[in-house]
Design a protein around this ligand. Sequence first.
Ligand code: CA
Length: 233
Amino acid sequence: MTEAMHQILVIEDEPGIRNVLKVLLEAERYRVIQADTALRAEIETRSHKPDLLLIDLGLPDADGLTVIRRVRAWSPVPIVVLSARTMEDQKIAALDAGADDYVTKPFSAAELLARVRAALRRNVRGAKQADTLKLGEVRLDLGKREAHGPAGELHLTPLEYRVIECLARHLGSIVMQNQLIREVWGPQRQGDSRGLRVCIKNLRGKLESDPRKPRYLVTEAGLGYRLRADEEP
Ligand code: CA
């Protein structure tokens, strides 16, 4: 298991939730350290250099967003946010501040662990992206820019490849709509999501067996998109 012995810092002021997270993560053989305040979170991050931060945004001494910004200023460590369902604005602010992903409370164990694994995988790979992806019956070779489906070769436009490549760099994690537009179309197109929506629709037509119920190119309502793959490259 590649994720064995990864160290995770859990930043949460509610002892009940903190304990649930600790039990859950330790059962998966992660090492868990804990912080119950923003101040403690920064101290633990600097002294232990954890592999991942799991952070609640509502902390007693400071906003979790402040912690994310401060840590991001010096560290690329993956950050997964625990957010309440009602705090949509905070979720967006956290991703903008540099968090990699979020899990909505109340969270399911499977969902939380999947997010943690995805964020850790990306960190292991660093800036490198997966070269080949298996999306059901479709196999994508991003290095060669080739795609094959059950009926043979699939033709993707250069723009479509750039969208997939951007999502693949964050495989399993959310990519904000604005980030996709910035990276694929450039900063001058910021705020214009029409091209992206069309591109995603076309990609689903090519890659998904049922484009109306996408399994791999998933919409995160109001935020962006997430690419899932069947197996690790
Ligand atoms: Ca809290």
